[in-house]
Design a protein around this ligand. Structure first.
Ligand SMILES: NC(=O)C1=CN([C@@H]2O[C@H](COP(=O)(O)OP(=O)(O)OC[C@H]3O[C@@H](n4cnc5c(N)ncnc54)[C@H](OP(=O)(O)O)[C@@H]3O)[C@@H](O)[C@H]2O)C=CC1
Ligand SMILES: Cc1cn([C@H]2C[C@H](O)[C@@H](COP(=O)(O)OP(=O)(O)O[C@H]3O[C@@H](C)C(=O)[C@@H](O)[C@H]3O)O2)c(=O)[nH]c1=O
Length: 281
C-alpha cells in the first residue's frame, strides 16, 4: 500500500515517519497548504493508495490574527486534497480537533454532537471537516486532542522548558480533556488506512487519551514522571487570559472508533513515559 502523507516535520508526521518509513512525506517545500491546488496536484501526480493529511496551522492564539491563512491551510487545502482523492478513488484520512466544540457540559463529546468553535483555529479546522465531507469520497476525519510528543511544540515540552527556570507554575484546572500521544495517533491512522483501503469504515471519529484530566493535572503528572520538583497551582481559566478561548470540556467519546476499527483510547500516562524517555536519549 503506497501512502502519501502531507506533513513531514510535525508531531504526528514525525511519528508516522518512524512507523511507516516507506511512505512518501511531503514537507512544506514539496506542497504548501496555503496553495490548495498544488496539494491536489501532488496527489494526482503521486497516485497513492491512501492519503493522510498530518499538516495544519496549529498556532491557536496566532490564528486569531491570521484567520484567513489558517482557513486556507486548515480548511481549503484539506478540501482540495479530499476532492483529489475522490477523483482518484482513494481514501483520505484527515486529522481534526476537539477545538471544534464549544466546551459546554461535562459529558464526553459524541461524534454527532453540535460543533461551535470558540476561536479562529477551531473555525478553520471545521471548514476543513466540512470540505472533506463535501468532497464525497471515502474519508475519515480523526478528531484528537492535546497532542504531545518528543518533537515540535507541545504542552509537555513547554512545561519541561519552564521547569528549567521556575519551581512553581500556575496552570488552568477547569479545562478538562484527554492528552494524546502523537505516536498513538500515527499508529491509529496507519491501522485505519489499511482497513479503509480494504473498503471498511469511514466518517468522523474521536481519539483522545484517557483518563480525562485538566491541564494542571497533566502538568503535575509531567513533573512527577520527569522527576522535576515544581509546584503546580491550579487556577481558573479567567486567571490565564489568552487571545483564543479554549473549550472547558474537551473530553471525547471514542466509541465509534472501537466499533468500526477496534481501536480504544490510549492511556496517555504510558505515552508520557515513552516521550520522557525519548527526550532523555
Ligand atoms: N497539536 C495538538 O495539540 C493537536 C493537533 N491536532 C491536529 O493534528 C494534526 C497534526 O498536528 P501536529 O502534528 O501537532 O502539528 P504540528 O504543529 O506539530 O505540525 C504542523 C505541521 O504542519 C506543517 N504545516 C503548517 N503550515 C503548513 C503549510 N502552509 N504548508 C505545508 N505544511 C504546513 C508544519 O510544517 P513546518 O514544519 O514547515 O511548519 C508541520 O509539519 C493537525 O491537523 C492538528 O490540527 C488536533 C488536536 C490537537
Ligand atoms: C504554558 C501555560 C499554559 N497554560 C494553559 C493555557 C491553555 O489553556 C492550556 C494549554 O495551553 P497550550 O497553548 O499549550 O495549548 P493549545 O495550543 O491550546 O493546545 C491545543 O492545540 C491545538 C492545536 C489543538 O488542536 C488542541 O487539541 C490543543 O492541544 O494551558 C497555563 O495555564 N499555564 C501555563 O504556564
Amino acid at each position: 500500500m503506497s501512502i502519501l502523507v502531507f506533513g513531514s516535520t510535525g508531531q504526528v508526521a514525525t511519528e508516522l515517519r518512524r512507523q511507516a518509513p516507506e511512505a512518501t512525506f511531503l514537507s512544506r517545500a514539496d506542497a504548501d497548504l496555503s496553495d490548495p491546488d498544488a496539494c491536489a496536484a501532488a496527489i494526482a501526480a503521486h497516485k497513492p493508495d491512501v492519503v493522510i493529511n498530518a499538516a495544519a496551522y496549529t498556532a491557536v492564539d496566532r490564528a486569531e490574527e491570521e484567520e484567513a491563512l489558517a482557513t486556507t491551510v486548515n480548511g481549503d487545502a484539506p478540501a482540495a486534497m479530499a476532492r483529489a482523492c475522490a477523483d482518484l478513488g482513494v481514501p483520505f484520512l484527515h486529522v481534526s480537533t476537539d477545538y471544534v466544540f464549544d466546551g459546554t457540559g461535562t459529558d464526553p463529546w459524541q461524534v454527532g454532537d453540535p460543533v461551535a468553535p470558540l476561536g479562529a483555529y477551531g473555525r478553520s479546522k471545521l471548514v476543513g471537516e466540512e470540505g472533506v465531507r463535501a468532497a464525497g469520497g471515502a474519508h475519515a476525519i480523526l478528531r484528537t486532542s492535546w497532542v504531545f510528543s518528543a518533537h515540535g511544540n507541545n504542552f509537555v515540552k513547554t512545561m519541561l522548558r519552564l521547569s528549567e527556570t521556575r519551581d512553581a507554575l500556575n496552570v488552568v484546572e477547569d479545562q478538562i480533556g484527554g492528552p494524546t500521544p502523537a505516536a498513538d495517533i500515527a499508529a491509529t491512522l496507519l491501522a485505519m488506512s489499511a482497513k479503509m483501503r480494504a473498503g471498511q469504515g469511514g466518517g468522523t471519529y474521536h481519539y483522545g487519551g484517557a483518563p480525562a484530566t485538566s491541564w494542571a493535572g497533566f502538568a503535575r503528572e509531567i513533573f512527577t514522571r520527569a522527576g522535576r520538583d515544581v509546584t503546580v497551582t491550579g487556577i481558573p481559566t479567567k486567571d490565564y487570559p489568552t487571545p483564543a478561548a479554549r473549550p472547558l470540556n474537551s473530553q471525547m467519546d471514542g466509541s465509534t472508533l472501537r466499533t468500526d476499527f477496534g481501536i480504544d483510547p490510549p492511556d496517555w500516562r504510558a505515552g508520557l513515559d515513552a516521550v520522557l524517555r525519548d527526550l532523555t536519549v
